[in-house]
Design a protein around this ligand. Structure first.
Ligand SMILES: C[S@@+](CC[C@H](N)C(=O)[O-])C[C@H]1O[C@@H](n2cnc3c(N)ncnc32)[C@H](O)[C@@H]1O
Length: 861
């Protein structure tokens, strides 16, 4: 819990990620410049301060956004003034927390009033308020910035509250606008959701909450696959989502634009027939929902990261446009027909926003529509997307692609402009004639439903030769800072109506430069469709040809093919995704080679390999039936709980498995498909850590060598029938305070008696609330509090770190206002504390701390 059990590196990443995701380090050259400047000043006896506040202005920024008409002229000053003020602190109450109701009422009934009186000098402005557009009062915004909260003494109590709850995992600090995209995804518990650029995971967390809407212990049919190219940022995400105790999450680390198809082919299936798992229902990994929260220039976060003022330039956005399109197209190809995808950025730049959406719509040729969501979240103030914009490159304003100087044709592509026009789109193109003159003012022929007709390819122009998109880009949403005192955000909701089309590659600029569609064309091959019977992969560079959904979706395979200079013909599956069997077969060979790798290396060095991914822990279905049935018997796991077949290890040596992970049915299906597809997914984390191997001294050995991990406990608790104790508030607090208590010394003698009857080893202590009687009528629900303990020879010891015991105690005293006698009165005398057990407990907890992924150690269910 709380990040304290992390390795040093992980804690550093956690801290950096939590405090400011986009915090930029000073580049070496900047540092050198500063040092040089300081030396020069010292020489001149003219020392200047080494620290300066961020200048909250940048003339290029002003010029760019004024020209783009990002806000009406009369609002410019208000817009800029707002950008120059610090961002108010915002946070979300985690609905998976057992304390979420308490926290919400503490905010509603205590802080709303007390902060108004203490912190706002009597002004009318609300000190804190729930975000009106977020369901169930679960998201809040204070009108104080994080700096104000830190500095202002009258706000100290609120600041400490935020710090503690965030640390424990009951709330998540998240920019208000960053909470918006998942709300437009319309996620249901049975959905398969792909979060393409997910780290550090605040939106993944929201998506998981939407999937897990159901009761604790239930296993929703859906799942979330969270992907990010940056493994360190993935670690933040893994840490964040641990608190959710979810078996429905897979974390992968791929370049999103190359996210694998995970497509089962005959050859792959044969290769794995020997496996004793059942064939998954899916033949290809497709998703009901996709979130594309793409990397962007991030100027919507200026209020939070003022160093962006200094670094801002128009080129940043231009440079990301191509990647943003590639990621989005890949997302759409992984989306089921009928599914919804949300594209979002925290940038205000139209080249990263409307231009990307427009290019997606053009490429999808009517198979994808831009959804009008004006009736969803009506309380959220937003503005329509822009229909016209210009491109700024090397100090020039460019109104259309025809304005692009020849030597800039690779950097500035047609898709950046409202029309997306290439030279080919202009009939009988004469380079001396500009686009405006050629097109005239063509009527908007868009059907109005976001689907582009052929005619739409020709854009409108206005009399000043400015292009105006004929696509319904007003359906995109822009959130601007001065409307709701937030950061800026851009959101577009897309709906896949049919399979993506084969895309005709457009010819390139006369200079031989690639056009916008060619953002995809880092791949050096074209795929030619052959009358629905097969594809031909030609390793030909830069020629006109066909690009199907397959090579949009799997460019790495195609480019690898071209590297091998092969021409491959394969039959088309009924599935629109076309993946070269030859490549798949090669992948399997690679993974087979890799599989034999560790044995060859033998005892000398253990090289962990996951399929074709070297240096990544394997994902292995745990099949040790003896151990599984021992675990099942020991904890009395109900038959109704899907157990066998749902356990996974991350170690190819099954006799030395230390941790066993539990996966939901949905994740199990994905893993099985991934095996059949030649392990294309590079999996960083899967499911929830459920059991950990427990070593004990001779004579104190438990019949079961695996204890339940604190992360897994919330999930399995409702399904466990043995090794459970139900404690009164007093005994529960004593356990947290003194860590280990002899059976005879519990306040409730019956508790000690019940404890003595348990088998040696791991047990669960559940706090009984509201004078409920245990265990017959005790119902586990979302607010149940339980911890993992150890039943020793004469005592019960807590398997929770001292720090986490303290945090849980504090939480309990805040939220379960005790009616019990004071702890001091009931404190067990020191001679009653079982020293031997304490020592054992400490050893075990320290051991935990050495484990990289042993995080949460107290358990809240
Ligand atoms: C805007 S942030 C995502 C924020 C995240 N969705 C959240 O809510 O916490 C963009 C992320 O994209 C990742 N990224 C950058 N390039 C990528 C790529 N080619 N494929 C996948 N992820 C990428 C970055 O590591 C970064 O974590």
């Amino acid at each position: 819990m709380g990040g304290r059990n992390r390795s040093r590196t992980q804690r550093r990443h956690f801290k950096e990620g939590r405090e400011n995701v986009w915090k930029r380090n000073k580049s070496d050259s900047e540092k050198q410049q500063q040092q040089q400047q300081q030396q020069d000043n010292n020489k001149n006896n003219n020392p200047i301060p080494t620290w300066e506040p961020f200048a909250t202005q940048n003339p290029s920024f002003d010029e760019y956004y004024k020209e783009q008409g990002i806000v009406p002229e009369e609002e410019w000053d208000a817009f800029m003034a707002c950008l120059r003020t610090a961002l108010p602190a915002a946070f979300r109450i985690n609905s998976s927390s057992p304390f979420y109701g308490d926290i919400r009422s503490q905010l509603e009934n205590d802080f709303v009033k007390s902060l108004q009186a203490e912190g706002t000098d009597g002004s009318e402005m609300e000190a804190i308020k729930p975000l009106p557009w977020y369901p169930d009062n679960l998201a809040w915004q204070s009108n104080f910035s994080r700096k104000q909260l830190r500095k202002n003494q009258t706000l100290e109590r609120f600041h400490n509250f935020l710090k503690l709850e965030n640390e424990i995992g009951n709330i998540t600090r998240q920019e208000a606008v960053s909470m918006v995209p998942p709300l437009f995804l319309d996620v249901r518990p049975d959905h398969f959701v792909l979060d393409m650029c997910a780290a550090p995971g605040s939106k993944t967390f929201q998506l998981l909450e939407m999937i897990q809407l159901t009761n604790p212990g239930s296993l929703p049919n859906g799942m979330v696959l969270a992907n990010d190219v940056d493994i360190q940022r993935c670690n933040l995400l893994i840490h964040q989502t641990k608190r959710m105790s979810t078996a429905n999450l897979v974390v992968t680390t791929h370049e999103a634009q190359h996210f694998p198809s995970c497509h089962r082919t005959r050859s792959c299936a044969n290769g794995f027939e020997a496996g004793n798992f059942k064939e998954p229902n899916m033949s290809r990994l497709l998703f009901d929902r996709v979130l594309c929260d793409v990397p962007c220039s991030g100027d919507g976060t200026l209020r939070k990261a003022p160093d962006i003022w200094r670094k801002w330039n128009a080129g940043n956005g231009n440079g990301l446009h191509g990647l943003q399109i590639q990621i989005s197209m890949r997302g759409l190809s992984l989306l089921k027909v009928g599914g919804r995808m949300v594209y979002s950025t925290c940038s205000m730049n139209p080249v990263e926003n409307e231009a990307v959406v427009a290019e997606i719509l053009r490429r999808c040729k009517g198979s994808v529509e831009l959804v009008d969501v004006s009736d969803e979240l009506p309380q959220l103030v937003r503005r329509p997307g822009l229909k016209k914009w210009k491109v700024r490159d090397k100090g020039l304003w460019l109104s259309s692609y025809t304005d692009v100087p020849e030597n800039r044709g690779a950097a500035v592509v047609p898709g950046m402009f409202p029309s997306g026009r290439t030279f080919d789109d202009i009939p009988e193109h004469d380079p001396s004639i500009s686009t405006g003159q050629l097109c005239g003012n063509i009527a908007n022929v868009n059907s109005g439903n976001g689907i582009q007709s052929e005619e739409d390819l020709v854009a409108q122009t206005n009399s000043l030769n400015e292009e105006v998109s004929s696509l319904p880009l007003e359906r995109c949403m822009r959130i601007v800072p001065h409307d709701q005192n937030t950061g800026a955000f851009f959101i577009a909701v897309l709906h896949k109506l049919s399979a993506l089309p084969a895309v005709q590659k457009k010819s390139v600029k006369p200079t031989g430069q690639l056009n916008s569609s060619d953002n995809l064309q880092t791949q050096k091959a074209t795929v030619e469709l052959k009358q629905d019977t097969g594809v031909k992969v030609n390793p030909v560079e830069g020629t006109t040809g066909q690009v199907s959904e397959a090579d949009v979706s799997f460019p790495e395979t195609v480019s690898e093919t071209s590297l091998h200079d092969e021409t491959v013909e394969v039959a088309l599956d009924t599935d629109p995704s076309i993946l070269s069997e030859a490549n798949e077969a090669r992948d399997i060979q690679i993974s087979d080679r890799n599989r034999s790798g560790p044995e060859v290396v033998g005892e000398k060095r253990k090289l962990q390999i996951q399929g074709k991914w070297i240096g990544v822990d394997p994902v292995i279905f745990y099949r040790d039936e003896t151990t599984m049935s021992k675990i099942k018997d020991f904890y009395g796991i109900k038959e109704s709980f899907p157990f066998i077949g749902h356990l996974v290890a991350r170690n190819s040596d099954s006799s030395h498995v230390k941790r066993i992970y539990y996966v939901s049915n949905s994740v199990k299906e994905v893993l099985e498909l991934n095996l059949l597809a030649g392990q294309q997914l590079k999996i960083a984390s899967v499911g929830v850590k459920m059991f950990e191997r427990q070593t004990s001294k001779e004579g104190t050995a438990s019949p079961c060598s695996f204890r339940i991990s604190s992360e897994g406990l919330p999930l399995i608790l409702p399904h466990v029938t043995k090794q459970i104790l139900y404690a009164s508030l007093v005994d529960f607090k004593h356990l947290l305070q003194y860590k280990s208590i002899k059976f005879a010394d519990f306040t409730d003698a019956e508790f000690g008696n019940q404890a003595s009857k348990l088998l040696l080893g791991c047990c669960i202590v559940v706090l009984i609330k509201d004078n409920q009687k245990a265990p017959d009528i005790y119902q586990v629900d979302g607010s149940t509090i339980a911890i993992g303990c150890w039943r020793g020879k004469n005592s019960v010891s807590v398997m929770v770190t001292a720090v986490d015991c303290q945090e849980l105690l504090e939480r309990m005293s805040t939220h379960l206002e005790t009616e019990s006698p004071s702890l001091q009165e009931n404190k067990p005398s020191s001679d009653k504390i079982d020293d031997e057990a304490m020592e054992k407990n400490n050893t075990e907890v320290q051991e935990d701390n050495r484990n990289y992924d042993d995080g949460a150690s107290s358990l809240l269910t």
